[in-house]
Design a protein around this ligand. Structure first.
Ligand code: SAH
Length: 333
């Protein structure tokens, strides 16, 4: 047993089975805090690690948004879950010739993993960067440019299952030998379901977007969120674990495999109270609207273009939030 599993086992033996959200928080916390998981030798590859073009298109989007906001200076440029810092480095490189932009930005990263903060420090060594582990700690009072790629999918969910005419919550227990899923009566009433339905809620995800929307409303700004998921709310078990680029059992390799779930963009749009919501649109359409095809020709990167716009083109969704619905954001026409 690894240290994360031992801790989990002790917790369960002392206090009983835990909900899926608590389980994910512990497993993901351990996972990201103890490794750099990206790339061929790691567990999975993300869009910014596939090609610089991804960050370049997002850099163009952010600079264009900034100009449409009236080029405020100073402006907060924040990213949540920056991984290796590749996306931010590409954004900064792509925007260095935008007049006034680099002089205006104050770069803030939201990250919980000490290992990845080190990587980010290396990737961004030419810039002034501040780190925090939560959205609430970002400075207040400045307009905001915000980006997150594959961050929301890593925030914990809770799962409910409809069975024998009632809703139960899925829990993680320990049977003396191994970790097992179990069910307990749902702690609060839920709308009707059909036998076998799994219903997921993501209070932390919604809380994050709610907080983000509140800031954008108060400070003005634009946020771009990219993740995999579905545009409409619906039943389904989307909890998944990935290790060495393969799906693995969620309860094996706890804390040693990446654990995520699909983002429910309908719930997120609802959580984004009193701000304009753009999209979701497919990542493929967004990147094409930003001009990735021409860039791919110049760089001679047809394979990366195909991965970003076709293979990942539909499952990955792009959403933007803005304080002002009259601003026509690039990429969402
Ligand atoms: N955006 C990067 C990395 C995605 S992986 C890319 O596209 O390559 C998820 C990132 O979110 C990692 O940096 C991880 O350490 C961070 N993360 C996950 N949960 C977090 C949390 N609760 N608070 C802060 N950072 C978190």
């Amino acid at each position: 047993m690894n240290p994360c599993e031992t801790r989990l086992k002790d917790m369960i033996l002392q206090n009983g089975p835990i909900d899926v959200g608590t389980f994910m928080t512990l497993a993901i916390g351990h996972y990201y805090s103890t490794r750099d998981p990206f790339g061929v030798k790691g567990d999975f590859t993300t869009a910014p690690e596939i090609s610089q073009m991804f960050g370049e298109m997002i850099g163009a989007f952010l600079a264009d948004s900034w100009i449409k906001m009236g080029s405020p200076s100073p402006v907060l440029l924040a990213e949540a879950g920056p991984g290796r810092g590749t996306l931010m480095a590409d954004i900064l490189r792509a925007t260095k010739n935008v007049p006034g932009f680099h002089a205006a930005i104050r770069i803030h990263l939201i990250e919980m993993s000490p290992v990845l903060i080190d990587r980010q420090r290396g990737a961004l060594k030419d810039y002034d960067v501040a780190w925090t582990d939560r959205l609430e700690n970002l400075p207040e009072g400045l307009p905001l440019l915000f980006v997150a790629n594959e961050f929301l999918d890593a925030l914990p969910i809770r799962q409910f299952q409809f069975q024998d005419g009632a809703w139960f919550e899925r829990l993680v227990g320990f049977d003396g030998e191994k970790f097992v899923f179990g069910l307990a009566p749902a702690p609060y009433p839920l709308p009707g379901g059909r036998a076998g339905d799994v219903f997921e809620i993501a209070p932390q995800r919604e809380g994050f977007v709610k907080g983000l929307a509140a800031r954008i409303r108060a400070q003005g700004g634009v946020a771009l969120l990219v993740d995999y998921g579905h545009d409409r709310h619906g039943p389904g078990d989307t909890l998944q674990a990935v290790k060495d680029h393969q799906y693995v059992d969620v309860l094996s390799h706890i804390g040693e495999a990446d654990l995520t779930s699909h983002v429910d963009f309908e719930s997120l749009a609802r959580a984004a109270e009193n701000v304009a919501v753009y999209g979701p649109v497919g990542q493929g359409n967004f990147l094409k609207a930003m001009g990735i095809e021409l860039r791919a020709q110049r760089l001679n990167q047809p394979v990366a273009l195909e991965r970003l716009t076709v293979q990942m083109g539909q499952l990955f969704r792009v959403v933007a939030l803005c304080h002002d619905e009259k601003i026509q954001l690039a990429g969402f026409e």
